[in-house]
Each structure stands twice: as C-alpha cells, then as structure tokens.
Design a protein around this ligand. Structure first.
Ligand SMILES: Nc1ncnc2c1ncn2[C@@H]1O[C@H](COP(=O)(O)OP(=O)(O)OP(=O)(O)O)[C@@H](O)[C@H]1O
Length: 477
C-alpha cells in the first residue's frame, strides 16, 4: 500500500526465525523493519529509531506466563504513547491477550499467523495511529469540540478522555471499509457507535441494516440473511431479499454477534471473505458490497478460547476493535448525560423543563450503574415521571427524589440502587422483573422503560425464563 512505504515496524521476539520471516513479510508489504531480541533491546531501538508500530512477543526467557510481554507493553506505552503495539500470543493464551489489549495494546494475533491477515492488521492499525496520538495531546474540552467540527456523532454525549478516544477511532475508521468490532457491557451505547460509524462513512446515503444475531432462529438464518427464491421451501411464495442484499452499498450491523451459533458462523464467514452469498434455492451466488460492524457484550476472544466462536470469523470481524468503557469508568460524564437525557424525557412526556439539583447530579455520578447508560436513562425517566409532577414552585429534583423512586421500585423503604453481589445477568433479570411488575406486563411499555426494542425484550424474557413470549406481538418491530 503506497502511503505506508516508509513506515517502520519494530519486531520484538527472541526467536530469530520469527524475526526473519516477519521482517521479510513486512518488507514485501512495503514497510521498513528493525528487530530486537528482548525488552531491553526493544526500548533501545525505540529510543534510537523512529518507529511507527511495535509487534511484540509476550515471553523472552524461560518464563511462559507473558508477564515480561506485559511489562514491555507498559514501558512502551509510557515512553511512546503514540506508537501502537500489536501483541503476538501463543494459541491458547487469549486471556493474556485480552489483558494486553485492556492495558493499551492496539490488538493481538496468534502464532502461527496468516500472512495476508497480519499485513491487513498492521495497515489498519497504522491508519488509526497518527490521529490517536494527536488526540491524547489535546485538552479534553477542545478535543470534543474539534471532533464535533469534523464528524457527526449523533446522540453520543460525553467528553471523558476514554469516550473521546472512542470518538476519535470512530472518525478514523468510518471512512474505511474495515470491519469493526464494538465491545462493551450492556447499555454502554454500542448501537449508537455503530450508527456513528455509518453516518460518517462514504456509505451514509445507503442503508444501515441492523440484525440482532441472538434473535434469529438458526433454521431461518440463511433465508433471513441471504434471502430466498420463490419455491425454495413450502412457504416461499415469492422471491425475498435478505439482509445482506438490503445492505448492499451500505453497512450491516450485526448486534450480539457472540450469540451466533457455530453452524451459522461459517455461513457468515463466507460473506465476509469474498462478499458473495447464495440466496436459499438460488442456482448461483450473488455479490454484495457491505461493510460489517458487529457488537457484543461478551468477551468474544474468550468465546474463541472456549471453542464457542470460530477463530477465523473472529479475526475477520475484529480488524478494528472499539471498546466502550462502562459508565462507572467515565463518571465525570454522568451529570452531562443526566441533563441531556432529562431534557429529552421532559420533551417526550410533555413535562416542563425539570432541573436537577447539583447534589442530585453528584448522587447520580456516585452510583454503580451496572446497567450503564440504559439504566441511567430508566432511573431518570421514572423519577421525572413520579416526582416531576409534584414540585412546589418547580423546584429542582433532589437526591431524595431519586432515593424515594429507587425505594418504590425495590418495595423496601430506603432501598437503594445498589446491586452488590449480583452478577450482570441477575441485575438484568431483576430490572426486567421490576419493569414487568410496574407496567403489569405491558410489553411495549416495559420495553420503552428499559430502553430496549420489543424484539430485544422478548429475547431477554426467553433467556431469563420470564413471561410467555407471545411471539405474535413482535410483528411490527
Ligand atoms: N454516550 C451516550 N450519550 C447519550 N445516550 C447514550 C450514550 N450511550 C448510550 N446512550 C443511550 O443508552 C441506551 C443504551 O444504548 P445502546 O442501545 O446503544 O447500548 P448497547 O451497548 O447497544 O446495549 P446492548 O448491549 O444491551 O444492546 C440508549 O437509550 C442510548 O440512546
């Protein structure tokens, strides 16, 4: 690729054969390379030579726990924060790789590697690097304003450095067609990120087609995704376009990708590999030009390690990974989010513009929020509706109003939002049960209250064994 001709990659590995074969591969792809045998040499090379990217092994002595690799990563990040690091890990040490990525590595790959995929990964990582380096040197406020001047992030509110890093990456990747994997806990805004990637891409005028992988029945996967021709099966009375064809020229958003079963994973892989698919019952394959963005609240790399998710599909999807921070890691954004969401709720329900007292904002900022922004939205909505009506002189809502609403929800005087000791799954179930009770099972209202689509709610009801699922009610989703 032309723009990367003179970029330099530092290869850190104690195995001479690995150094030679990687150097040869990267040179053929147009990069300059330098090699180092161990962390000490690597840091010396970095100090002496302008390096654009580091490819590093995780073990350099008889130790095999990867701690030496993590220590080197930490030093590179401290001394050269703008230089992206790719980790080389042995098969079976995905948990280590995930630790590395959380500690600042741009991505990882396992040995033995696929040459073409590795070069693609190096190129994609380098494309992201220069702006990421610039972003870290900007003060946060002007950084958000500067980003807004260049990109349209829609409803994404926030200016915490961790969010700014996400926004910067969105801006960088949007213009490419590289697949993006969005990771983050439930309710952190993954769908908003997918929307922003599409909106800022050259594909913005074409459709973004969103599919919830957990909601597709395995027997219908092919016909839903690829369509079918008339007569392909008993009920196929006419040709039907699948999601892939509908997204032609645009973006395919595969939500909850971790829920896809292994049989369907291989069918999806084929589309990603050669942009071709075969409608059910058709005699030949069709071409589709789609950009794939996927999301999950599960740690996909761990599903690869446990054998539930195909490794080849994982590498296809995660060329670029965006990790959304949980709300508790960007607490400084909570007042901003609360004011924004509060104003939206008032407008939606025709309430006067209700203010939040500073102490209430502090209280909200201190809560654990295991359900993240979705839970914050739900709490604000309930409190504004319950306490917002009855405020002598239009006084701002206080901390006491929020605590009182939480207590009503819990059915326990003085109960708090705290969910200590509960797993995320238990919290989710608990929230759904509360909502069902409050709205006496009215699915549309429960879905709205939880900030979910009805399809997503039905799937969760099924998963938690709640309610009877009333399948017919999904029709207008
Ligand atoms: N940065 C943000 N600013 C404003 N609102 C946000 C932000 N992030 C998320 N939200 C709101 O929080 C709710 C949850 O967001 P979203 O559906 O994108 O989360 P998600 O990570 O896709 O969740 P899930 O994994 O459960 O599908 C939505 O109502 C969304 O509008």
């Amino acid at each position: 690729m032309e723009p990367h001709r003179r970029q330099c990659v530092l290869i850190v590995d104690d195995d001479g054969a690995v150094q030679v074969s990687l150097a040869l591969l990267l040179k053929q792809a147009g990069f300059a390379t330098v090699c180092a045998d161990d962390p000490r040499q690597a840091l010396a090379r970095l100090a002496a030579t302008p390096v654009d990217l580091v490819l590093q092994d995780m073990n350099f002595s008889l130790r095999t726990d990867g701690e030496e690799g993590l220590a080197l990563l930490a030093q590179v990040k401290e001394r050269h924060p703008g230089v992206p690091v790719l980790l080389m890990t042995a098969w079976g040490s995905i948990a280590l790789a995930v630790r590395g990525v959380k500690a600042g590595a741009a991505n990882f790959f396992t040995k033995p590697w696929d040459n073409a995929q590795l070069v693609e990964l190096v190129e994609a990582t380098l494309q992201l690097a220069p702006d990421a380096a610039r972003a870290t040197s900007n003060p946060p406020r002007s950084a958000r304003a500067a980003l807004d001047a260049r990109f349209d992030f829609g409803a994404i509110v926030g200016e915490h450095p961790k969010l700014l890093k996400v926004l910067e990456t969105i801006g960088q990747v949007a213009r490419t067609r590289a697949p993006v994997l969005i990771l983050g806990e439930s309710g952190t805004g993954k769908e908003l990120v997918a929307d922003a990637i599409h909106r800022n891409s050259p594909r913005a005028a074409r459709p973004v087609v969103k599919i919830n992988m957990g909601a597709i029945t395995p027997s219908l996967f092919e016909s839903e995704m690829f369509g079918h021709v008339r007569g392909a099966f008993t009920d196929a009375r006419s040709d039907r376009k699948g999601h892939v064809a509908s997204a032609d020229g645009g973006t395919l958003f595969l939500d909850e990708i971790g829920e896809l079963n292994r049989g369907d994973q291989v069918k999806l892989l084929r589309v990603l590999q050669d942009q071709r698919y075969q409608p059910v019952g058709a005699s030949r394959a069709e071409q589709a030009d789609v950009r794939v963005v996927s999301a999950t609240n599960r740690e996909l790399a761990e599903l690869v390690a446990s054998g539930e998710f195909r490794e080849d599909l994982f590498y296809r999807l995660n060329l670029i990974t965006i990790r959304l921070p949980p709300l508790r890691e960007r607490r400084s954004d909570i007042p901003l989010l609360a004011r924004h969401i509060g104003a939206g709720v008032c407008a939606a329900y025709g309430l006067d513009d209700i203010k939040l007292a500073p102490a209430a904002l502090d209280w909200l900022a201190a809560q654990p929020w295991p359900g993240n922004i979705r839970q914050l939205r739900q709490t604000l909505e309930r409190t504004l509706l319950l306490a917002g009506q009855d405020r002598p002189g239009g006084r701002p809502l206080t901390q006491a109003d929020f605590i009182a609403t939480a207590a009503v929800d819990e059915g326990v005087p003085g109960a708090r939002l705290g969910v200590d000791g509960m797993t995320l799954e238990q919290v989710e179930r608990h929230m759904i049960e509360q909502a069902l009770q409050q709205h006496t099972g009215n699915i549309s209202r429960v879905a709205r209250m939880l900030g979910l689509s009805r399809t997503a709610l039905y799937r969760r009801l099924e998963r938690h064994g709640l309610g009877d699922g009333e399948a017919g009610d999904r029709s207008n989703e």
